[in-house]
Design a binder for this molecule. Structure first.
Ligand SMILES: *Cc1c(COP(=O)(O)O)cnc(C)c1O
Length: 442
């Protein structure tokens, strides 16, 4: 291989304008052609990504200190526990909501929210089909019906127009999933919810530290739900937080998280609920983790935006679309290929990127939630779905369609973003994407 066949990372990163200018000045080959001569790593060429992003220290002294304090306690129960109190205090510092209930998972937080919102048999809840299944587990356990709306081409979040089309007299709530930590269009969703008297629940599981037009994520809707599961920005292994400022729902969060009872007195079982409590050891770790959040959110936001800046001009690539006044915190980054723009399919594109040293994956969840067997078979409760048998819904998930959501899962390529990555690493990943896209361009 001749050295002049290679296009260096620097040249890719320098951008097309200066390359074209240089090319024109020197009478060199047109840029497109010279890119094509850059051999892909998958064909034996040099890798575009030369560094690895290393390992990530996720916990240490702050967590140890908090766990030590916890071990001095005589009780590890959440109610009036010092770790739980500290966690709530620190949570309120980043998300100023009056009523806060810690719980065992993000799924639990969402179930508590749906139950506190008064969602019951046959009620419809509109949400995204591209999310963790935990978004709708609580909906189904309340015997309500998830209705999936389609998504924005590059935001991967609810398309507000399609949400509106799917509102019926049975609709009671919208669950806005801030997928990957990219805020939904909350102003439009809140206006729509208010117009139709719907409860707006925010699924912030992937969005710790995100901001919508400057406002902390979780503060625009009626109820906010967060996950502290191991894969999220901050974690205590498993855990969740549900919070609200709304006097209708806020006071119910504790009850729906703790067997329907009121901890301030014996009994008080005015509602029926399961046990979703979080214990003090989890709260201790979560409270310590919150001290790390701002740095994590800031760094991921910067890295993801940098990647967009470097790939946005590549033909056939749809970058991750974020509103310029929002802070997306990139639980992961996902760009899309326009299939007609390339001579290869996604799996070949991904293979070529992996060979370049970019650690990417095709897609996210395998199919939209309604495509999963348990939905296709309407088999939620021992193979049956009582609300359908009772005639409270005529939902048929085999006929449900969200074309853009399906296309997103078929054409999306996921790039991991971690707070320990450097700008240089992201620049190399961007160069790899440009190199592969240029090679396979039609
Ligand atoms: C992780 C996640 C959940 C569920 O949280 P768990 O803590 O795993 O139960 C719900 N929604 C979204 C968007 C998630 O990413």
């Amino acid at each position: 291989m001749h050295p002049s066949d290679l296009i260096s990372r620097r040249e890719f990163v320098a951008g097309t304008a200066s390359l074209l200018a240089a090319g024109a000045a020197l009478g060199a080959e047109p840029q497109g052609e010279s890119h094509e001569k850059s051999p892909l790593a998958i064909h034996g060429g040099e890798k575009a990504v030369k560094q690895s992003f290393g390992s990530r220290a996720r916990w240490g002294e702050p967590e140890r200190k908090q766990l030590d304090a916890m071990l001095q306690q005589s009780s590890l129960f959440y109610w009036q526990g010092p770790q739980t109190k500290l966690l709530i205090e620190r949570f309120q510092a980043i998300c100023p909501l009056k009523y806060v209930q810690t719980c065992s998972s993000g799924t639990a937080a969402l179930h508590i929210a749906v139950a506190a919102a008064g969602i019951g048999p046959g009620d419809e809840v509109i949400t995204s089909p591209v999310t963790d299944i935990g978004t709708v587990i609580g909906v189904l356990f309340q015997q309500a019906v998830p209705v999936f709306a389609d998504l924005g081409e590059g935001t991967y979040n609810l398309d507000v127009k399609d949400v509106e089309r799917r509102i019926t007299p049975k609709t009671k709530a919208i669950i806005a999933v801030h997928l990957t930590g990219n805020p939904c269009d909350l102003d439009a969703l809140k206006a729509l919810a208010d117009r139709h008297k719907l409860v707006l629940i925010e699924d912030c599981a992937q969005a710790w530290g995100a901001k919508s037009r400057g406002r902390p994520i979780g503060t625009v809707g009626h109820i906010a739900c967060f996950s502290l599961q191991d894969s999220k920005h901050i974690t205590c292994g498993d855990g969740g937080v549900v919070a609200s400022n709304d006097e209708r729902f806020g006071p119910l969060l504790q009850k729906f998280g703790d067997k329907g009872g009121d901890r301030r007195k014996w009994g008080g079982h005015t509602v029926f609920a399961t046990n979703y409590r979080m214990s003090e050891p989890q709260a201790a770790v979560a409270a310590a983790q919150l001290t790390r959040l701002e740095a994590i959110a800031e760094k991921r936001s910067k890295l993801g935006n940098l990647l967009t800046e470097k790939i946005r001009d590549i033909k056939g690539i749809i970058p991750h679309e974020v509103h310029p006044e929002d802070r997306a915190v990139y639980w992961f980054y996902m760009f899309r290929m326009r299939p007609e723009a390339f001579r290869c399919n996604r799996s070949q594109f991904v293979k070529a990127l992996l060979a370049e040293g970019a650690s990417v994956t095709g897609g996210y969840i395998g199919v939209p939630l309604y495509g999963e067997p348990v939905f296709q078979n309407h088999a939620f409760f021992a193979g049956r779905w009582p609300v359908k048998e009772m005639g409270l819904t005529d939902m048929d998930f085999t006929k449900h369609k969200c074309p853009e959501a399906e296309a997103i899962l078929k054409t999306g390529i996921r790039v991991p973003i971690y707070e320990n990555m450097t700008d240089d690493y992201i620049l190399e990943v961007a160069a790899a994407i440009r190199k592969v896209a240029t090679y396979y361009a039609v």
